[in-house]
Design a protein around this ligand. Structure first.
Ligand SMILES: [Zn+2]
Length: 343
């Protein structure tokens, strides 16, 4: 694309409390280098939330002094489950609890509201797309493939092939959290096989997520360390949030717990290696938003537990998902930019 191309795209990351907005120009330069947040108001239902998205867009344009006439498309991402076209699941979704959200065409409604093309991705896929482009750069991105795993409340992420998000027939590709992994040698002595909110037993998210820590890992490790300070926390939910701080300080319980998470991600990446042999594996989320020594330890452990062939070892990259709080909006913007026809 020529640098004289005046077009810009807006990226909007729709979260439970805030919309995070960014702006990308046609030369692939982000015009915003920080979080630009406005209330998402998703709890107030779809109509209010669509208006809130429009406000988020107007706000980032005003903030950067950008003429709204230059906006050629908008990228939108939300947490799932939703279809590839941005229709919220008919069974509802955590962030979209009001009945009016069920089966709601969020992307379509927003597109109608603003009269511009809106390109949808789920938040895991958008962050994966940003990680991929940030790592390889705009020129090289199309030459490479990657798998991103982002450890949050659940386990999100995405699969990128030749610079593009793999969405799948129903929009459900890249649901890495619900891939089964072998539990043999991962779970400790007397530890039961962990269950996931999705109903599966022994998938990646059942171990590698905050929910997994709270429901599965921490209750087990506290039986092994009954005198641990975390056993006296007000609730298991609070204790689960504190465990990363213990990991940073080298606490043995926390390190064993996080090694289980690293092993789960390594086993997921081993499956990916045999499935599509990507160039790069990216890890993101709270566990790597930690002190550098702990973050590096975790990434090293993930790599140790990823079994690659010698030919793969020679070319593979392991890295962190950068700028995690902005990765969704930035990935959404990249996806929108890629849909623009040449001028
Ligand atoms: Zn699951």
């Amino acid at each position: 694309m020529r640098t004289s191309d005046p077009r810009v795209v807006v990226g909007l990351d729709n979260g439970g409390t805030a919309n995070n907005a960014t702006l990308l120009d046609a030369s692939r330069r982000f015009l915003v280098d920080r979080l630009v947040e406005t209330p998402s108001r998703v709890l107030e239902g779809p109509k209010v939330a669509v208006e809130a998205l429009a406000e988020a867009m107007e706000n980032v344009l005003a903030l950067t002094g950008t003429d709204p006439g230059r906006v050629a498309a908008v990228g939108l991402d939300t947490p799932g489950p939703a279809s590839a076209q941005g229709v919220i699941s008919s069974r509802g979704a955590t962030n979209f609890s009001a009945p009016a959200w069920r089966g709601y065409d969020f992307r379509g409604a927003f597109e109608e509201r603003i009269g511009l093309p809106v390109i949808y991705n789920n938040d895991g896929n958008a962050a994966a797309l940003y990680a991929h482009h940030a790592y390889f750069g705009p020129e090289e991105a199309v030459l490479h493939s990657s798998v991103s795993a982002i450890v949050g409340t659940g386990l999100g992420g995405g699969v990128i092939v030749e610079g593009q998000v793999v969405k799948g027939a129903a929009g459900m590709a890249g649901e890495l959290g619900h891939v089964f992994i072998p539990m043999d040698g991962l779970i400790g002595e007397g530890q039961s096989v962990p269950g996931c909110n999705c109903g599966f037993v022994g998938d990646v998210e059942s171990v590698a997520s905050l929910t997994g820590i709270e429901k599965n890992l921490l209750p087990y490790w506290l039986t092994r360390y009954p005198d641990h300070e975390l056993a006296r926390a007000e609730s298991i939910r609070k204790a689960a949030k504190l465990v990363r701080g213990y990991g940073e300080r080298g606490d043995p319980l926390a390190l064993q717990l996080f090694e289980q998470q690293a092993m789960a991600l390594g086993r997921l990446f081993t499956i990916a290696a045999n499935f599509s042999d990507p160039d790069a594996y990216f890890v993101g989320g709270g566990v790597v938003e930690a002190a550098p020594h702990f973050r590096d330890w975790f990434l090293t452990k993930v790599r140790e537990h990823t079994q690659l062939r010698a030919e793969q070892e020679a070319v593979v990259h392991f890295a962190l998902v950068p700028d995690l709080d902005m990765a969704g909006s930035r990935g959404a913007a990249i996806a929108a930019l890629e849909t623009l026809p040449p001028l």
